[in-house]
Design a protein. Structure first.
Length: 307
């Protein structure tokens, strides 16, 4: 059974878009995924996104996606929301993934804007509506024009919010003005999908985060959120500023690459990347270490034999 949700926070407040651990041979590491999921929930995450971009969803098969959802639900589904990425640029394929995620026990779906084919707003509306109609699960839209090529316009978000199962939006648009209008007019639960803008988005009405840095600093994210909710703006700002090197360092290159490097340095399950993603260079790894250390993240030295 999933944790109790509310209309204001249908998936909790602090969620991490989880990497997908692979074994040394590149195959899915389900045991590692369960251990990582438990670690992340223990650290303070209310929920996990699996099979998102940070989970290397472009390079995992449909069967692997279903197996991963089932494993993570088994590990933490009684104490955290497990939201499965089901969005592609093919509506029929997205419906198949949505139904498979529901069958595997997911508590919700994350549906990204169809990418590369650049549909018009009516196409986006019909696509997201079809995904929401495919199962009984609540849906979080994912608006990320930097990857998809097209934004979900505010008017389209408002239309989509009329669907009873479209309950939230993950905002990686990077536009606080548009976010302000969309939050005010749609009534959707708003989640920051851009770690650098976590605190600014709270200030205009967001309810929480879908984070990448939550792999490393979930307690700090929760403390910042709670300070904001309690009206302690100075404390929230202090935490935000302390985390700036982490926000910066984790996105100097592709976020999956840095996240897996950081997790492995802490002895946590991550494993190799699948092409076309590649490991950090020595220089990039050294810079990441400096950035994370500056933000207060404790890392095991690269030459350590600690487990």
């Amino acid at each position: 059974m999933a944790p109790t949700s509310t209309p204001q926070t249908p998936f909790g407040r602090v969620l991490t878009a989880m990497v997908t651990p692979f074994a040394a041979d590149g195959e899915l590491d389900l045991d590692g995924a369960q251990r990582l999921a438990a670690h992340l929930v223990d650290a303070g995450n209310d929920g996990l996104i699996v099979n998102g971009t940070t989970g290397e969803s472009p390079t995992t098969s449909d069967a692997e996606k279903a197996r991963l959802v089932r494993a993570v639900v088994e590990a933490v589904g009684d104490r955290a929301f497990v939201v499965a990425g089901a969005g592609t640029n093919d509506t029929r394929h997205s419906l198949e993934l949505a139904r498979a995620a529901a069958d595997a026990g997911a508590h919700g779906l994350l549906a990204v804007t169809p990418y590369y084919n650049k549909p018009p707003q009516e196409g986006l509306y019909r696509h997201f509506t079809a995904v929401a109609d495919a199962t009984d699960l609540p849906v979080m839209l994912y608006d990320i024009p930097g990857r998809s090529g097209v934004p979900i316009n505010t008017e389209t978000i408002v239309r989509l919010a009329e669907h009873p199962r479209i309950v939230a939006n993950k905002d990686a648009k990077g536009d606080l003005g548009r976010a302000s209008w969309a939050i005010a007019t749609s009534g959707l639960a708003w989640y920051s999908g851009d770690d650098m803008l976590n605190l600014p988005l709270l200030s205009v009405g967001a309810v929480g985060f879908v984070s990448v840095v939550g792999h490393l600093v979930a307690p700090e994210l929760r403390a910042m959120l709670e300070a904001h909710l309690s009206g302690d703006v100075a404390k929230a700002t202090e935490i935000h500023q302390k985390l700036l090197p982490v926000f910066t360092g984790m996105f100097r290159t592709q976020g999956v690459i840095t996240t897996k490097a950081a997790l492995m340095s802490q002895g946590l399950p991550a494993g190799p990347l699948r092409l076309p993603l590649v490991e950090l260079t020595e220089e990039e790894a050294a810079q990441l270490h400096r950035d994370l250390t500056a933000g207060g993240v404790q890392l095991t030295p690269a030459d350590s034999t600690a487990p």
